[in-house]
Write a protein that binds this ligand. Structure first.
Ligand code: PGA
Length: 268
């Protein structure tokens, strides 16, 4: 579906807005409409960069109606999914429902879910499988806490998260996988890992992906950085080696600001 692409040429940059638990379905419509106008005004080449919004579940139907009705060049997805496809799982949302709504992506293993919902490696692995069963591109989030970073164990920690999430999976079983490196200490804090730190981790992740899944898969996989990305640091972050875009929280809630961020990233 042209309006909800998952990539295209190898490593098209991706900027994804994680709204978290913000904006109801009316506010979602306003944001997406204003974002599209701002991107048109800024003349962002929409074929050169993939842009996605990841609203709360209750907003997705509205976003789908707007994106498809107006033929906006914008992808959308969800922030989580159930590892199960259907059944007695009160409160859960199936990947099948997300696919039916035209979702392209789904976040998996965001640090807020690992922390507040006790998501462990086994559950995250099961969610990756569920995403792929329903043709959703999993955006696997990994990242270390401050103590781990200060102890110098961040690379080992993040690679272990990657190994655990992908255990037992082959490259053919995770088409469209996207990685998002989000140091927990940089999320919503105003602290950002510098481009050097982002590049160091992205290169380590790509190296491990090559070992696990083969060189071609690693080269084709987009690795995002997330954690206090704003319009004024986006260009430097996405220009860092092995970084293919950004997962943006707070700064994706303001359409003009998010459009500026995307413009900066597209021009970097
Ligand atoms: P932030 O959040 O941009 O507000 O730091 C990023 C995220 O949690 O995905």
């Amino acid at each position: 579906m042209a309006a909800n692409r998952t990539g295209g040429s190898p490593r098209t940059r991706l900027i994804a807005g994680n709204w978290k638990m913000n904006l109801d379905h009316f506010e979602a419509l306003t944001l997406v409409q204003k974002l599209d106008w701002a991107l048109r005004d800024a003349k962002v080449d929409r074929e050169a960069i993939d842009i996605a919004v990841l609203p709360p579940f209750t907003d997705i139907r509205s976003v789908q109606t707007l994106v498809q009705g107006e033929k906006l060049v914008l992808s959308y997805g969800a922030q989580d999914l159930s590892p199960h496809d259907s059944g007695a799982y009160t409160g859960e949302v199936s990947g099948r429902f997300l696919q039916r709504l035209g979702c392209a992506y789904v976040l998996i293993g965001h640090s807020e879910r690992r922390e507040h919902h006790g998501e462990d490696d086994a559950l995250i692995g099961a969610k990756i499988r569920a995403a792929v069963r329903h043709e959703l591109a999993p955006v696997l989030c990994v990242g270390e806490g401050l103590e781990t970073r200060q102890a110098g164990a961040h690379i080992a920690h993040v690679l272990a998260q990657l190994d655990a999430a992908l255990e037992g999976l082959t490259a053919a079983e995770v088409p469209g996988l996207v990685l998002a490196y989000e140091p927990v200490w940089a999320i919503g804090t105003g602290e950002t890992a510098g481009p050097e730190e982002a590049a160091e981790m992205a290169t380590a992740l790509r190296g491990r992906l090559a070992e696990l899944m083969g060189e071609a898969f690693a080269e084709a996989t987009r690795i995002l950085y997330g954690g206090s990305v704003k319009a004024d640091n986006a260009a430097a972050i996405v220009a860092a080696a092995d970084v293919d875009g950004a997962l943006v929280g707070g700064a994706s809630l303001d359409p003009a600001g998010f459009a500026s961020l995307i413009t900066e990233a597209a021009g970097a």
